[in-house]
Ligand binder design. Structure first.
Ligand code: ZN
Length: 206
């Protein structure tokens, strides 16, 4: 098995045979044999009760929404990648006049959306679902205009987390977990100019 982010073979089992750790990019991933099929994955997503009007969901994504409001203008072109059925990021930004589109492989699978360029892309609670993160980060980078920004939310793993009891790894649709070091690797490998990490809100800019 190769690391699904950096391609390295320098990976070792972590926690018996349920996860791998990569020495090069520091990601922790599940073996491909445990990935859900598309139908199983969609079945899980259909159960998500995310409603863009729901207060808790709005508050949860607000670090990304507020950051975009502060840094991007209404006429900048935005994309919410992995939006799900009803994105609270898109709803909150469109309500105040922002030009942001949704893309989701299950609910808004319009490939034409992926052929355009954007000033910013939001990607909240999505990257831990990537089956092919190397390809997906390349795609995200390629969709950004020069100077563009990628606003990510995910829960980073760090040594002060008790991995064995970490709830985040138990979601069957979560297949890869990142650390700060993983993001340093991503920044260098894809040629982003800057990286900022504030808790679970991460910004990469070109
Ligand atoms: Zn790796």
């Amino acid at each position: 098995m190769h690391c699904i982010l950096c391609g390295s073979t320098s990976i070792a089992w972590k926690l018996s045979n349920r996860f791998y750790h990569c020495d090069i990019c520091d990601c922790i991933m599940k073996p491909k044999s445990s990935f859900l099929t598309k139908n199983e994955e969609k079945g899980r997503y259909d159960l998500h009760k995310n409603d863009a009007n729901e207060r808790g969901y709005r508050a949860f994504v607000s670090p990304v929404v507020e950051r975009i409001k502060k840094e991007q203008s209404c006429d900048a072109k935005g994309l919410d990648f992995g939006s799900g059925r009803d994105s609270a990021v898109v709803a909150q930004l469109q309500e105040v006049g922002y030009d942001i589109k949704s893309y989701d492989p299950y609910y808004f699978a319009d490939e034409e959306i992926l052929e355009r360029r954007y000033d910013y892309i939001s990607c909240t609670e999505v990257i831990e679902h990537f089956y092919s993160p190397q390809k997906e980060f390349q795609r995200l980078k390629d969709m950004l205009q020069k100077g563009g920004a990628l606003y990510i939310m995910t829960e980073l793993y760090s040594d002060d987390i008790d991995f064995e009891n970490w709830y985040y790894k138990e979601d069957p649709t979560h297949v890869i977990f990142y650390t700060k070091k993983s993001f340093e690797w991503i920044k260098e490998y894809y040629g982003f100019k800057s990286l900022e990490i504030n808790g679970r809100a991460i910004k990469l800019a070109l």
